[in-house]
Write a protein that binds this ligand. Structure first.
Ligand code: ZN
Length: 338
């Protein structure tokens, strides 16, 4: 029996072995660097979602190199934490590829490993932001020479929340699905969530390639292929074969492939129709004005204490590590306006 069929029947075993997911070895990275076979400046972050075979196959792919690199630089993550954060940011963007207008999606890993947790949030306009609780989480590479993400994630739960219009008070039904963390390698966890909670058997490949010398993210991205109800069995078999033969996401991205080529490779000879392509970026919603609002909301007594004891206030955004300094004049203004 083929791999994808096995997954349809045994969602708990999702692609755990079908996909090698994650980082290439440090050695390969160095070799590539020496050969100059990639150039970060030419890669552009983008995401597509597509369908095939009368919509019985749904798929999305993204290159996220620049935005993951930015996230990791902002949060000063160590390499293993970078891989965990980057895979989650990419997976969240892929899950949110069909979001409309005011909708957004939030993915949270609550875990007991040294990473402590991961949060990522994406909206309908290609913006994503996120953080890990412990950016310094890092362990030596595993036996296969890969960053050992599961070792810093550990056990716990993965939560996915889809909501719409919350920020303008138009909260429609929000949806929250939760599954146990089955692998901690992130890709398998997304696949398990989609199959178990959303009932859509899915193959998920997410990868982050960290250049070992300077710890920069030089390739990041991934794809999801989903089999909808009514899909032909022979299609499932063809898909299974082509996906198994698909190189790892980071390898394709290092070769210069964009989302189209990644799907072309993953789907083999299946024709697909791209429904939408969107630019994606790391973008937080915090601002100085929001920081002032949050400080104001702490109450008069608290603000007066900050003014008298510290002569100002500092706010650091969890999602993007931006620092907002409110000086004494600003605090006085808050008190005067209160
Ligand atoms: Zn922020």
């Amino acid at each position: 029996m083929g791999r994808l069929r096995a997954i349809l029947e045994l969602p708990g075993k999702l692609f755990a072995t079908a996909f090698w997911v994650g980082l290439e070895s440090a050695k390969l990275s160095r070799q590539l660097l020496q050969k100059g076979e990639f150039d970060l400046s030419v890669s552009k972050d983008s995401l597509i979602h597509a369908t095939a075979l009368d919509s019985t196959v749904r798929c999305m792919a993204a290159v996220t190199t620049n935005l993951v690199d930015e996230a990791c630089r902002r949060h000063k993550t160590f390499p293993t934490a970078s891989a965990a954060l980057g895979r989650t940011l990419t997976g969240t963007l892929l899950l949110g590829s069909t979001l409309k207008d005011l909708e957004k999606i939030i993915v949270q890993f609550h875990c007991n490993g040294m990473l402590g947790g991961i949060v990522a949030e994406a909206d309908a306009h290609g913006n994503v932001r996120g953080y890990v609780n412990n950016p310094l989480a890092h362990v030596p590479v595993n036996g296969r020479g890969k960053l050992d993400v599961s070792a810093i994630v550990g056990d716990g739960m993965m939560h996915v929340t889809r909501e719409a219009g919350f920020e303008i008070g138009l909260l429609k039904d929000s949806y929250r699905g939760s599954v146990p963390i089955v692998s901690g390698e992130i890709s398998e966890d997304f696949a398990y969530y989609l199959t178990k909670s959303e009932q859509v058997p899915s193959a998920v490949s997410l990868g982050v390639f960290v250049e070992p010398e300077e710890c920069r993210v030089i390739a990041s991205g991934g794809f999801i292929v989903q089999v909808m109800p009514g899909a032909d069995k022979s299609v499932v078999e063809r898909l299974e074969e082509s996906i198994q033969n698909t190189p790892h996401s980071t390898k394709m991205i290092l070769n210069g492939d964009g989302p189209h080529q990644m799907l072309r490779t993953a789907l083999g000879d299946l024709d697909f129709e791209v429904l939408e392509e969107r630019e994606i970026r790391f973008q937080c919603r915090c601002s100085y004005e929001r920081a002032v609002k949050i400080i104001s909301a702490l109450g008069r007594e608290e603000v007066a204490d900050m003014l008298n004891e510290d002569g100002g206030a500092e706010m650091i955004c969890h999602f993007c590590s931006a620092v907002y300094n409110l000086d004494s004049a600003e605090l006085q203004r808050i008190l005067d306006e209160d």
